[in-house]
Ligand binder design. Structure first.
Ligand code: ZN
Ligand code: ZN
Length: 114
């Protein structure tokens, strides 16, 4: 006796999407704790740059870090006369009259002499 086996098979055609569907990702900034969106545009940018990780900070915090973490502080300089060469000495501190001040070149020269 011969039994015919009926093989039931459904030929499923798997359609694999070639194009990745990207969506905005909601993330929480580790610096300020605020929610921020890792947008599709940014994801593409990251991909292009080869970054594998998602950003850990929101854009504002990332921008702040790019700028050294804080707003650039303008340095104040005091102009004095170099006690050695008589040239202009740029100081980062207020020169006191009882101490000789030197320009950076003379200062370096004096320091390396010792
Ligand atoms: Zn932030
Ligand atoms: Zn000098």
């Amino acid at each position: 006796m011969y039994e015919e086996e009926k093989i039931e098979g459904t030929a499923e055609v798997e359609v694999e999407a070639e194009v990745e569907t990207l969506e905005d990702i909601a993330l929480v900034c580790r610096t300020c704790g605020k929610d921020f969106t890792f947008t599709v545009g940014e994801q593409l940018f990251y991909k292009e740059k080869g970054f594998k990780n998602q950003p850990k900070d929101c854009k504002a915090c990332r921008d702040a870090k790019k700028n050294g973490g804080q707003a650039p502080v303008e340095r104040q300089y005091f102009i004095a006369t170099c006690a050695d060469c008589g040239g202009e000495a740029k100081l980062t501190f207020q020169p006191s009259s009882d101490r000789p001040v030197y320009c950076s070149a003379c200062f370096e020269a004096r320091r390396s002499k010792k």
